[in-house]
Design a protein around this ligand. Structure first.
Ligand code: PLP
Length: 382
C-alpha cells in the first residue's frame, strides 16, 4: 500500500482553483536543468561542496551570479558585494536579527508582502505603513512619517511589487536613497521579481546604489528557478557584508546552502538560468493577457492597473467585503487573497490579490468565472 505523506507547503485539492497562491506553476519547475547541473557538479569529483562552506558563499557560484547580474542589470556587479542566503525571506530574517532589537520601529509599504509582516512580527518590530500609489511608495507620506519616527529600516518591494504589481518610479528611487542618507535608515529592497518583466524593461535595481548609503538588496532563485532550492543572495556595501560574514550563525554553520549553490553555479554557467527566465517570461506573459481578458469579460466591476511583470493582479472591488465574500468563493471552489492580509493596519478589505502564474490559460478563465458566480451569490445574500 502506498502512503501519501505531505511534502509541499500549499497542497491544492484537484477541483479547486486557488488564484491566491503565489507559487510558480509546478509544470514549469526545471527538473532537467537541475538534474544536468547536479551531474556536472558531482562529475567534478571534488567533495568541497559537501564541506562547511565559506561564510560569504561559494566563490565560483558568486562569480557566475555576478556575471549574470552584470548583464541583467546592465551595470558591473562585483561578487565581493554579495552574500549567499537561503532566499529573500531568510535575507530579511537575517537583517532583522543583526540590525534590530525587539521594539525597534520599521517602515513598510501599505500594502506589502504579508509574510514579510510575519517576519517583522517575529522580531518584535513595530511597523509603520507608508502610503503607495501607481508609482510605488509615496515620498510625501515617507517624509511626513520621518518627522515623527526614526526607523531602523524601510522594507520596500520596488519592482513588480507584491501585491500591487507596480514599480517604484526612477525619480522616487533616487529621492528615497537621498532620504535614507539624510535620516540614517537602511533601505531593504526586495528585488525578487526584477527579472520577470513581460513587456518592457525593469527599472534600475537598488543593487545599483549599494555604495551610496546603507542599502541592502535581497533577491532569490525562488521565482526564476525553483523555491525548493532555498537559495538567494543579498548585495550591500563591504561593511554590511562583513557584519553578516562575522555573525555567529555563519561562523557556526558556515556559509548558507553550499550544496545547492555549487549545483546552481552550473545552471548559470551553462546559460540555463537565462533560458529558464525567457521560458517563464513567455509563459507568464501569455497568462497575464489571459487573466486580463477574463477579468474584462467576467468581472468588469474590478478596478486595477495591469501589471507589466511579476506574479500578481491587485483588484479593487468597490463595496465588497472580501473577507466575507471569501467564504462564499470557497464553496464555488475558487480562492484569492483578501487585501487585508497585505495591510499592516488590517485595512484594504475591498482589495484582492490574484496570481496568474500557477494555472493554465483555461484554468485562469474558469477561476475568474467562478469568482464572478460566487460574487453574484454573495451579493444576492448581502
Ligand atoms: C516580495 C517577496 N519576498 C519574498 C518572497 C519569498 O521569497 P523566498 O522564497 O526567496 O524566501 C516572496 C514570495 O512570494 C515575495 O513575493
Amino acid at each position: 500500500m502506498t502512503i501519501n505523506l505531505p511534502v509541499i507547503q500549499t497542497p491544492i485539492p484537484p477541483d479547486f482553483i486557488d488564484l491566491g497562491v503565489g507559487e510558480p506553476a509546478p509544470s514549469l519547475l526545471p527538473m532537467d536543468l537541475l538534474r544536468q547541473a547536479a551531474e556536472m557538479c558531482f562529475d567534478q569529483n571534488d567533495p568541497a561542496f559537501l564541506q562547511y562552506g565559506l561564510e560569504q558563499g561559494n566563490g565560483y557560484f558568486r562569480q557566475a551570479l555576478a556575471e549574470f547580474l552584470s548583464k541583467g542589470y546592465g551595470l558591473p556587479v562585483d561578487s565581493s558585494t554579495m552574500l549567499v542566503t537561503n532566499g529573500s525571506s531568510m535575507g530579511l530574517y537575517l537583517i532583522c536579527s543583526l540590525f534590530t532589537r525587539p521594539g525597534d520601529l520599521v517602515f513598510v509599504e501599505e500594502p506589502t508582502y504579508y509574510l514579510a509582516l510575519r517576519i517583522l512580527a517575529d522580531h518584535g518590530l513595530q511597523v509603520v505603513p507608508i502610503q503607495t500609489d501607481r508609482d510605488g511608495l509615496v515620498i510625501e507620506s515617507l517624509e511626513d512619517k520621518l518627522k515623527s519616527y526614526h526607523p531602523k529600516f524601510l522594507y520596500v518591494i520596488p519592482t513588480f511589487q507584491n501585491p500591487t504589481g507596480q514599480n517604484l518610479s526612477q525619480e522616487r528611487r533616487a529621492k528615497l536613497v537621498s532620504l535614507s542618507k539624510e535620516h540614517d535608515f537602511i533601505i531593504i529592497a526586495d528585488e525578487i521579481y526584477h527579472f520577470l518583466n513581460y513587456c518592457c524593461l525593469s527599472p534600475e535595481p537598488f543593487a545599483a546604489y549599494i555604495n551610496d548609503g546603507h542599502i541592502i538588496s535581497i533577491n532569490s532563485f525562488s521565482k526564476i528557478l525553483a523555491p525548493g532550492l532555498r537559495l538567494g543572495w543579498l548585495q550591500s556595501n563591504s561593511e554590511t557584508i562583513r557584519r553578516f560574514v562575522t555573525s555567529g550563525l555563519l561562523d557556526s554553520g558556515g556559509g548558507l546552502n553550499p550544496f545547492t549553490s555549487a549545483i546552481v553555479r552550473y545552471v548559470i554557467e551553462s546559460g540555463g538560468l537565462a533560458a529558464n527566465i525567457e521560458r517563464l517570461k513567455a509563459e507568464y506573459g501569455s497568462r497575464i493577457t489571459e487573466m486580463e481578458k477574463s477579468l474584462h469579460m467576467h468581472l468588469p466591476m474590478a478596478e486595477y492597473v495591469s501589471p507589466q511583470g511579476g506574479y500578481f493582479f491587485w483588484l479593487r472591488l468597490p463595496n465588497v467585503d472580501t473577507i466575507e465574500w471569501q467564504k462564499t468563493a470557497r464553496s464555488f471552489k475558487v480562492g484569492f487573497n483578501s487585501g487585508v492580509r497585505f495591510s499592516s493596519q488590517k485595512g484594504l478589505r475591498e482589495f484582492i490579490r490574484l496570481s496568474f502564474v500557477n494555472y493554465s490559460s483555461a484554468e485562469i478563465e474558469e477561476g475568474i468565472i467562478r469568482l464572478k458566480e460566487s460574487l453574484d451569490e454573495y451579493g444576492a445574500g448581502a
